[in-house]
Structure formats: C-alpha cells, structure tokens
Ligand binder design. Structure first.
Ligand code: GLU
Length: 642
C-alpha cells in the first residue's frame, strides 16, 4: 500500500485557498429523465451543450447541484467530488456513503498527473479466510452474511476524502460538507428512484424488511419507512441524525469519524446480524469483528492506475484491489484486432460479430479475473502479464467472430510478468462471485481548469448491510462479501489456486469498480465509470467502444443498449434495444440471450473533453442522471490562474 509519496505531496500540493475567485458562471442544468417517468419528474430531455466552466454529472440531481455549488464557489474538481460524495450519502443513501468506500481517480491538469485515492474498506484484524463459514463449514447464504456485521468492512470514504482534500483540494473539509449538511438538515424531496429502492428494501426479503427479532434494522426503517410506510416520491426526507454526524465531521474533521462516539457506535452496530433463519449457535459467527483499533488504523492509499493502449488512445483505469482496470484493458486489447466499428466488415454497433467478439473477450477476461485478481498488497497479482501484448495476443487468438467457444478456461499470464508465484501445473477453476452488489454510484466532474475526478463509491449492496448506526444516521457497508465466501487458496501444484481474493486481516476485497480516463497522448479526452457489481467492467467497455469505435457522442454512448458477461461459462445479460435478429443469431452461436437475461446494466456518468477544451457531460437515464454544465462568462474570471 502506498500512502501519499513525498514526490506527490511536494509537487502536487496546490496553494490554498485563493478565497473565492471572481468567477461568473451561468449554469446549464439538464436533469435527464428516467426512462419510465420523464414527465412526472418534470425534467427536460437531452441537448447538453459544451462548456468550459466545468461539468458535474451524477446519478442524482440534488448531488449534482451540490457539486456545481462548490465549483461556483471556487472549489476545484476534487472539492466538488468530495461534496458530491457527501451529498449522495444524503439523497441516494442506499448506494454509497460514509459507512462505505470507493475509488476516486484524479487527473491534475497542470501537473498532468493521474492517480487514484483508494478508500476501499479493509478487513478487520480479526478477519480470516474462513470468516463466512457457519459451524458446519458451509458458507452462510448471501442474504444472511450480507446483512450481518461479518460483512462490514472498515469504512474508508472519510479518510479517502481527507487525503484528497488535504493534498489537492482548494476549500476546507467543513466547506465541502456544507451542501450535504443542508440537505440532511432541511430535507429534500424523495426521488422516484429512492421511492422504488425503499419499496424494495421493506418488502418481504428486502434489506430493511421487518423480520421478527431483527431489531437492528429498525433504525433504518424508522428513517425511510416511518410508521412502517415507505416514503414516496416528493415526500420531504429530513435526516437529523445524519446531519448531526456531518456537523461533527465539519467541526472535528475526519478523526471524529474514526475515534470517539461515532467510532464506538460503528463498532457496536456491526455486532448485529440477521437472526431469522439462523440457528442460535451460529449467530455469534455473524457478528462483525471490527474493533476501535481497526477504525483508528484505517488508511486510504494513493495508487498508480493501470494503463493500456487501445486504437491510439491510452486507457487509464483502476488497479488492484479492483479487478476493474485490468479486466477493462484486457477486454479492449483482446478486441483491438477486430474492426469493431466497421459495418462493411460485418461489424459496427449492435452487429452479431461485434456482440459475439465482445462476449468472447469478456468470457476470457473474467476467467482470468476469477483466478488472478485481488488485493496486491497481499497477493502477487500478475498485472503486467495479464494485459501484456503477448498474453493478450494468445488469448485473443482464441476468439472467432463467427463462432462461440464451448468452454473458456483461465490461463497463466505469469510467463509475461515478473511476479514470482510458484509455477503453475494446473489451474483450478475458481467460481465467480455471483454475489457482488448491483448498487453503488458513479459520478464525474471536470472543473474550469481541466482537473478531472471520476469516482465510484459504494456501500456494496443497495442499503449495504441494512444496519444503520443508531443515533448517527448512516448505513454500514457489506463490502467484505466481495471476498471469496469459501477460501480458494490451494498450494497443490496439480490444482493450484493463489487465493487472490480470499479474506485476510487488513486486506481489501476485490472490487469491480472501474473509474476510467481516456487520453490522447497526455491530453485527457474522456472520463467515466459505472456502478453495477461485476457488470461495471462491461459497462465501461461498452461505453469505450461506443466512443472510440462507433463514434457516438457522450450521451449516445451512454444511452446505447449494453451487453455483458461476467463469467467464463455462464450466460450473458443484455439490455432491450438490440435487433431481435441479432439476438437470435447470437443464440444460434450458443449464447444464452433469452428474455430472462434482459436487464438494466449500469449507470454511466461521463465527461468528454474536446481538443479545444470544450467539456461535454452525459448522464445515465437508467437512473435519474443529471448534468450541470457551467459556462464561464464575464471578464473577471480566472485571471490568477491562466
Ligand atoms: N462491491 C462492489 C465492487 O466493489 C461495488 C460495486 C457495485 O456493486 O456496484 O465491485
């Protein structure tokens, strides 16, 4: 793990703060409609013009406003992203927040440096590879362990934002908390999406469902379903406990989260777990193992991204502990030899050959992901080998545009790497983790100076564990369920498995989150990412192909239907909108694209930047995406900086 290297601290730290710069902005606000409820939300449709004063694009309009407010007040993209992350905890509490963690990719325009703040949750010191097994040695079911303290990782978001703010922000920690405090204290109108999410959570079997004896979930129910009735669209949601927490942070700084009464309450809350359907003898095994020392010892890290070339662009994405960047780059490089954008060659958007090679490349990449990727502070991940030209050429050679591989296996990238793992004899098949959450949030911000943040943040499942910290109003993550639920490590040379994603004390669970930037030379041309569990990787791939190969505008690239496969030999998922004849042709090849595989995949928030520095934002209608574009106007702007 790397904390801020001295080189970065010295060279990248920016002067603080130039009070409020005299910037006159006029805002172009476009709240994109959801597919289902455009009119009832009263939002306008597309047509976001390019600007040069900054763009904030989020999956939630009120959070976009918070980010834009910070940009208007002289904050940079790092400040705005921090404010958005806190605001999302208030207005999209089911997806991310201070009880969780994420990856904030930052590009600094002046320094031309790109790096990631890793605030991924860690395993408590008392964690172990077998921590998800019951007293018979069988894994607890996902619905049990993901709603119990055993699933809670040590939260990282607050330390991550502290690290970003202290080093590269312009405003104070208290200032970036202000919009979130106001939203929590004065309240906001519940969105259609939040209403839907609450309805699902309180339904039988839902994360906040009222099972007899599961009193720990009443804290969150009381906020989102007061009196047992779920809040509905346009209801005013005031969150005094969360407001108090955010104020304590504004006054006491990030340490007030990791030590003192909030930390005490976190440790107490994660001792809870589901009791319904769990034998009394097993209940203690579901208690979280986090201690005050784990919280006090949490550290966010600065990481160098992984990089790969694709058709003359440099793809810069999330390194381990995420599998995201390596898998995105792997898939793109495996596809590069095919003329993806060329309809005359039988490819082009949505063509059978295009979708077939996409699925085949995903299958190959996910086979290797399952074996080799994990937290490389703990295991040797052959990162270089996995995306090396030689290894990818060998893997891509397996793809035939006109047929489907019967069976896809992982291979061994180590000969293309310097990692010194024991030599492979036979790779054990590793089960994909089918349990990764499908929630989370992604937002992207560019400021007037060209600094960019693209940030995926999560509490894992929708509503995390469902455990809200009593008196403090925030939900605890269930991120540790991203680990292998049954340890996979096997030293037997005949059945070797590195156990790359087995739990261990202090280790971060493997993620799929893939905040990504695209460069032409040293010039950033796009930044984006998505929520969606392991489908995140494929949403980023789909978006990249749409931009690079299919020449779509940023909004078209987001709107276009997506296809995804997240395992070597399972079935794909796909969105409505592809030609039914193409789907039939893919099924003839052996893919299983039945109607039961239709899904909504991801929620991409993106920014594209032209050569002349014009900034275009796009947001995803699959949620309630919002773009706020700031046009600089007047003559007094920015004279101290250019
Ligand atoms: N736990 C997931 C991951 O890190 C969060 C992403 C999601 O579920 O959307 O990959």
């Amino acid at each position: 793990m790397k904390f801020v290297p001295d080189r970065m601290r010295k060279s990248l730290r920016r002067e603080k703060p130039r009070l409020f710069r005299l910037i006159a902005f006029s805002a172009i606000v476009v709240f994109l409609p959801t597919l289902a409820s455009a009119d009832s939300e009263g939002r306008k449709t597309l047509g976001v013009p390019g600007v040069r004063g900054g763009v904030v694009t989020t999956s939630e309009p009120a959070a976009a406003k918070a980010g834009a407010e910070i940009l208007r007040r002289g904050g940079n993209a790092i400040d705005a992203a921090s404010a958005v992350a806190f605001a999302l905890n208030v207005v999209e509490p089911q997806s991310s927040g201070i009880g969780g963690g994420g990856f904030m990719m930052i590009h600094l325009a002046d320094e031309k440096e790109t790096f990631v703040i890793d605030s991924r949750e860690t395993t408590p010191a008392a964690g172990a590879p077998d921590m998800f097994l019951d007293s018979n040695g069988a894994p607890f079911g996902f619905s049990i362990r993901s709603t119990s303290g055993i699933g809670v990782g040590v939260p990282g978001m607050v330390r991550g934002i502290e690290l970003a703010q202290e080093n590269w922000g312009e405003l104070s920690f208290a200032e970036i908390l202000r919009p979130a405090i106001e939203l929590a204290e004065k309240g906001f109108r519940v969105s259609s999406r939040l209403e839907d999410s609450i309805t699902g959570a309180i339904a039988p079997g839902g994360r906040l469902a009222n099972e007899p004896g599961d009193a720990a979930y009443e804290v969150a129910r009381a906020v989102f379903a007061p009196g047992g009735e779920g809040l509905e669209q346009n209801d005013l949601l005031v969150q005094p406990d969360l407001a108090r927490t955010l104020k304590v942070l504004a006054e006491g700084g990030p340490d007030a989260f990791y030590e003192g009464p909030i930390a005490d309450a976190i440790v107490a809350a994660q001792l809870n777990g589901r009791t319904t359907g769990v034998p009394a003898a097993d209940r203690p095994l579901l208690q979280g193992r986090m201690t005050l020392a784990d919280l006090a010892g949490y550290g966010a890290a600065v990481r160098d991204p992984v990089e790969g070339d694709y058709r003359g662009f440099r793809i810069v994405s999330m390194p381990p502990p995420s599998s995201g960047g390596l898998t995105v780059i792997y898939i793109l490089k495996a596809l590069e030899r095919f003329p993806i954008g060329d309809a005359e060659a039988g490819f082009g958007f949505g063509a059978t050959r295009t979708l077939n090679v996409m699925l085949e490349a995903m299958r190959l990449a996910f086979a290797d992901r399952a074996v080799w990727m994990g937290d490389d502070d703990f295991v040797e991940v052959p990162s270089r080998g996995l995306i090396s030209d030689g290894y990818i050429a060998a893997r891509s050679a397996l793809i035939d545009p006109d047929s489907r591989l019967d069976e896809v296996l992982a291979d061994d990238p180590r000969p293309f790497d310097s990692a010194s793992l024991p030599p492979k004899v036979q790779l054990a098949a590793t089960r994909e983790n089918p349990d990764e959450g499908l929630n989370t949030t992604h937002f992207t911000i560019v400021d007037r100076d060209g600094n960019i943040v693209t940030y995926t943040n999560t509490i894992e499942s929708g509503w995390g564990t469902g455990l809200m910290v009593p008196g403090w109003g925030f939900l605890l993550n269930n991120e540790l369920t991203d680990f292998n639920r049954v340890p996979a490590f096997n030293p037997d040379p005949d059945n070797f498995n590195p156990g790359a994603n087995d739990a261990a004390p202090g280790k971060r669970p493997r993620s799929s989150m893939s905040p990504t930037m695209v460069f032409k030379g040293r010039r950033p041309v796009a930044a984006y990412g998505s929520p969606g569990g392991s489908t995140i990787i494929n949403s980023v791939v789909n978006t990249t192909l749409n931009l690079v190969d299919h020449g779509k505008t940023v909004q078209e690239a987001i709107d276009a239907p997506r296809i995804s496969q997240t395992s070597a030999n399972g079935s794909p998922t796909f969105e409505a909108g592809f030609d039914p004849e193409v789907i039939e042709a893919l099924n003839d090849l052996g893919h299983n694209l039945s109607d039961s595989r239709l899904r909504v995949i991801g929620s991409v928030q993106a920014v594209v930047i032209d050569r002349d520095k014009t900034q275009f934002g796009g947001a995803d209608r699959r949620r309630i995406g919002a773009v706020i574009s700031l046009e600089r106007s007047g003559s007094g702007d920015d004279d101290d900086d250019d």
